[in-house]
Design a protein around this ligand. Structure first.
Ligand code: CU
Length: 121
């Protein structure tokens, strides 16, 4: 059985939203993540299970891409327009992400980790 660790929806650069998702999600707190050769900045973030956040990915140089398989995230990071993902993690854990678009010699070394902690009361 596939355990879904998060609810994810990808926003286009114009902010338009796939049908069926709750528009109020777009007012969720935003976390901006820069991609560059050869790092994500910040390289790790901590989210809380059950709390919706918006992740905004910006490239500072060449096109990148980020995949976080455990959270069903796989988006290009072109720089302009930015890429945004609205995510509501549902389970605690550490989820590793990587750049999936070749961006240079040390492309393999770009790493990203999402720590999801249990919901606080
Ligand atoms: Cu890369």
């Amino acid at each position: 059985m596939l355990v879904t660790a998060a609810t994810v929806c990808v926003l286009s650069s114009s902010g338009s939203h796939s049908a069926g998702h709750v528009l109020a999600e777009t007012s969720a707190p935003a976390i901006v993540i820069h991609a560059k050769r050869y790092a994500f900045v910040p390289s790790q973030i901590t989210l809380q299970a059950g709390r919706t956040v918006r992740l905004t990915f910006i490239s500072d140089d060449v096109p990148h891409s980020i995949a976080i398989p455990g959270l069903q995230i796989d988006v290009p990071i072109a720089g302009n327009p930015v890429s945004e993902v609205v995510i509501t993690p549902s389970a605690a854990g550490d989820f590793t992400g990587m750049c999936t678009r070749y961006c240079g010699a040390d492309h393999d070394k770009i790493a990203f980790v999402v720590h999801v902690i249990e919901q606080r009361q």
